[in-house]
Design a protein around this ligand. Sequence first.
Ligand SMILES: [Zn+2]
Length: 430
Amino acid sequence: MAYLLKNGQVYLEHQLVTCDIRIQNGKIAALGTDLTPLADETVFDCTAKLVTPGLVDPHVHLRDPGQTDKETIATGSAAAARGGFTTIGAMPNVIPVPDDATKVADMVQRNTENGLVHILQFSSITKNREAGDLVDFQAVKQAGAFAVSNDGSGVQDAATMLKALAGAAEAGLTLAAHVEEDSLKFGGVINAGPKAEELGVPGIINAVETSQLARDIALSEATGAHYHMCHVSTAASVRMIRQAKAAGIPVTAEVTPHHLLLSDEMIPGNDANYKMNPPLRSEADRQALIEGLCDGTIDCIATDHAPHTALEKAKGLCGSPFGITGSETAFDTLYTTFVQGAQPRFTLTQLLNWMTAAPARCFNIDAGTLLPGAAADIAVFDLKTPTTIKADEFASKGHNSPFVGQTVYGQTIATFVSGKLVYRKDDAQK
Ligand SMILES: [Zn+2]
């Protein structure tokens, strides 16, 4: 199919410009004003709509294979498309863990066959994400892995992490670290502090993150290897990353929408839709994350989309698994609060950079820009019409989101992946 997106507010090279985009043969054929529709083109009137490179999310959990009651490659990628994402990075905590060339190649094939968007596959760092042997980084890279992570667990042994950083760097793979010192977990379920005391549940201290981050920054410095920190949650982590960057240590970092939008004080009670790992931290931590993003300490935004079944999440803060969904609520919640809200903190172009080019840069992904000749990965958003987030409209199997019921601006109108229309809100086509 060929499309002409007319008259959109287009995010192009860090600016918003009014222009048309011609999509032919899966690629962006032309950008310009007053492009005349060709005979075979379907015209989308994008007047007053935001047109951006498809969003890039380097951190999602698709649960497939192994836990397909929570999500599948098909439903998880449909959720991404509905959120305006065209490239996602699939974490390796599936069963079996993709930890060798054969299993990575199998995942790459499954992702291609079943995915609605571009799905990039993480290999694990260690065999089966457990203490012990490292994966063969060269082999998994050759099999199609784009990065390595043990997400869901921290790498506990320093020597293992040292060798992993060196090996991943040598293979040209970004190592994305879930940073968590197991010996400091103490069975916590939400942030340690007044809210945990009020609810009578065990707390998770900040040092569970910062103690391991300090080690990892030292190991990044020792090896010279790029280290990417997943889901930064504390003010002290922001401070440490800021210092590391100032010292020239090759560290990058991501933050989730929920850590930017929520603090532990906002947990309404024994509600597992506010339980994730790392946990929602204090308001001071949240403010530090916002500042860290704005001053470049934190490089990008990633959702940590983590679907679970309603049955699992009905078990309260102590009995339920960690994690909330994020693909379908990331852009609109962030836009509504931080760009369009009463006290704006970000510009629209900042937010778009953190969700397109910036994550692509952290992981060396060829995505996140609109240029003639590039794959036509494009999202169209409506910034003017308010909508209420409804769980039964989610494409994800997971309904575990604290944002259900909120009224937001910035719903996705259409998502194109390599020129194919993979999501369309019904009334978008004119
Ligand atoms: Zn994680």
